[in-house]
Write a protein that binds this ligand. Structure first.
Ligand code: NAP
Length: 298
C-alpha cells in the first residue's frame, strides 16, 4: 500500500469456517483489498491447507481462540450446530471493539447460541447473505457469489450502530442489497422462501428414490420434465440443512402446516375435476415468477 492509498476498512479479519460461503467472502475481501490480514480457522488441516493453497489465508489455525486474537472482525461460516462451541472457545481471545458476525441461514439461534458468550464491548451483528449453490468446501467459492443478491442483518436490540454500519458496508461492497430486520421476522420469511422449498425438494427426490426399480430408472431418464430442478436443490449440503431445520423448527412447522392444507385443497380439486381452481392458482403463481424476474432474483 502506498501512502496515497486509502486505509483498508479492516485490519485483521478472522474467518471461522472456510467452505462455500467463507471462501467466497475471503475471495472478495482479497479482491477488493478490504483487510490487512486474513486468519482462517477450520476444523481440519486438509481444509486449512486448501485455503492456504488457494491464497485465501495469511495465517491458519484450528484453534478459534488463537484465530480471533487481534481481530477487528470475526465471521462465523460453519454449520449452525458448531456455533455455540466455537463462540465459547473464541470468547477469551476477543478484544473490546471487535465485531462478531456470521452468515448462517437461521438467525434467532445465533443470538441464543453466540450472544451469551460475547464479552463486554464486543459487538454481535448476525448476518445472512442470501446467496449460495449446492456445492461445499473452499474450492466451491467465488468472489461474485454475492453480487446482486440480498443480505439480511439481524442485530439484537441496542446493538452498536457504527458496528452494524461497518457490516452493511462490507456486504454492499460485495454487491449485495442489505436489509436490517428482526431475527424472528427473518426466520419466518426464510422458512417459506428457502427452507420449505428445500424440504419439498428433499421429499420429492426421496420419494423417487423409494420407487420400485423399473420406475426409478425412468425417473433419471425423463428428469428434464421438472424433477431435475428438484435434484439440484436436494443435492445441498446435508449437515447445513439438518441444522437449518433443527434451528428454525417453529417457523418451518408453521409454514409446513399451511402448505399441507393448500396441498390437500389441490388434491381435492384434482379428485373432483375442478379445473378452474387449478387454473386460477397456476395463473397467480405465474405472476410471482414475473415478480422474481423483475426483482432480478431469477
Ligand atoms: P461448507 O462449504 O460445508 O463449509 C463449512 C465450513 O465449516 C468448513 O470450513 C468446515 O470445516 C467448517 N465446519 C464444519 N463443521 C464444523 C464443526 N463442527 N466445527 C467447526 N467447523 C466446522 O458450508 P457453507 O455452505 O459455506 O455454509 C456455511 C454457513 O453458511 C452455514 O451456517 C449455512 O447455513 C450458511 N449459508 C449457506 C449457504 C449455502 O447455499 N451453502 C447460503 C447462505 C448461508 P472442515 O472442512 O475443516 O471440516
Amino acid at each position: 500500500m502506498t501512502d496515497a492509498s486509502p486505509p483498508r476498512p479492516f485490519g485483521r479479519i478472522a474467518l471461522i469456517g472456510i467452505g462455500l460461503i467463507g471462501s467466497s467472502l475471503a475471495r472478495f475481501i482479497r479482491r477488493d483489498g478490504l483487510a490487512d490480514h486474513i486468519t482462517v480457522c477450520s476444523r481440519t488441516h486438509a481444509t486449512l491447507d486448501t485455503a492456504r493453497e488457494l491464497g485465501l489465508a495469511d495465517s491458519i489455525t484450528t484453534d478459534p481462540r488463537q484465530a480471533v486474537e487481534g481481530a477487528e472482525l470475526v465471521v462465523l461460516s460453519t454449520p449452525l450446530s458448531a456455533y455455540a462451541a466455537i463462540a465459547e472457545a473464541m470468547a477469551p481471545g476477543l478484544r473490546p471493539g471487535c465485531i462478531v458476525s456470521d452468515v448462517g441461514s437461521v438467525k434467532q439461534c445465533v443470538i441464543r447460541d453466540v450472544g451469551p458468550h460475547m464479552p463486554d464491548g464486543v459487538h454481535l451483528v448476525p448476518g445472512h447473505p442470501i446467496a449460495g449453490t449446492e456445492h461445499s468446501g473452499p474450492e466451491a467459492g467465488f468472489a461474485e457469489l454475492f453480487q446482486g443478491r440480498f443480505c439480511v442483518l439481524t442485530p439484537p436490540p441496542g446493538a452498536d450502530e457504527a458496528a452494524v454500519q461497518r457490516i452493511v458496508d462490507l456486504w454492499q461492497r460485495a454487491g449485495m442489497t442489505v436489509e436490517v430486520m428482526d431475527a424472528g421476522h427473518h426466520d419466518k420469511v426464510l422458512a417459506i422462501t428457502s427452507h420449505l422449498p428445500h424440504l419439498i425438494a428433499y421429499t420429492i427426490v426421496g420419494t423417487a428414490t423409494d420407487l420400485e426399480d423399473h420406475l426409478k430408472k425412468e425417473v433419471v431418464r425423463y428428469s428434464a420434465g421438472g424433477f431435475r430442478d428438484f435434484t439440484r436443490i436436494a443435492a445441498s449440503d446435508p449437515t447445513m440443512w439438518r441444522d437449518v431445520f433443527l434451528n428454525n423448527r417453529e417457523s418451518v412447522l408453521e409454514m409446513l402446516q399451511r402448505f399441507s392444507e393448500d396441498l390437500t385443497a389441490l388434491q381435492r380439486a384434482i379428485r373432483w375435476g375442478e379445473g378452474e381452481k387449478l387454473f386460477d392458482l397456476f395463473t397467480r403463481t405465474r405472476d410471482i415468477r414475473r415478480g422474481v424476474i423483475d426483482a432480478n432474483q431469477a
